[in-house]
Design a binder for this molecule. Structure first.
Ligand code: HEC
Ligand code: HEC
Length: 79
């Protein structure tokens, strides 16, 4: 194989690895969608979340949860 072709091949492999790595990283930080259940079906406002998802409530958020100001900005139905 000519030297130039080898370089091209290496570059392609490197690009593929980069894409794979970025995909993994973005997966791990993707917000989970709202569950498609009766509870979450017709919630329209951020105030509706607190009774269940506040600290000490039924389904508290994890410690690593990102800033929580606008729940529905990040968590949407079926995304
Ligand atoms: C009546 C209680 C209740 C209310 C109100 C409620 N949730 Fe939940 N939520 C739960 C429970 C319990 C779970 C965990 C069980 C499940 O998956 O259904 C959950 C799960 C979730 C999940 C999925 C977490 C995961 O790991 O996939 C998200 C996202 C979520 N809620 C967001 C919200 C948002 C945003 C609101 C307000 C718009 C809200 N919830 C209002 C009880 C509630
Ligand atoms: C800036 C975007 C953002 C906002 C705003 C936000 N979330 Fe999240 N949420 C995330 C991400 C990202 C995860 C996944 C975190 C993880 O895997 O550790 C998550 C995870 C969750 C979970 C699963 C349990 C957990 O703690 O990992 C629930 C339930 C939840 N969010 C509810 C809410 C509620 C309720 C609000 C509003 C009070 C809210 N979120 C606001 C991005 C957001």
């Amino acid at each position: 194989m000519a030297a130039l072709q080898k370089k091209t091949l290496l570059l392609l492999v490197a690009a593929g690895l980069l894409v794979a790595a970025l995909t993994l990283v973005s997966r791990s930080t993707r917000h989970p969608p709202l569950p498609a259940d009766a509870i979450h079906g017709n919630l329209a406002s951020n105030e509706d979340c607190a009774p269940c998802h506040a600290e000490g409530a039924e389904a508290p958020l994890s410690r690593q949860h990102p800033p929580k100001d606008d729940c529905l900005h990040c968590h949407r139905q079926g995304e």
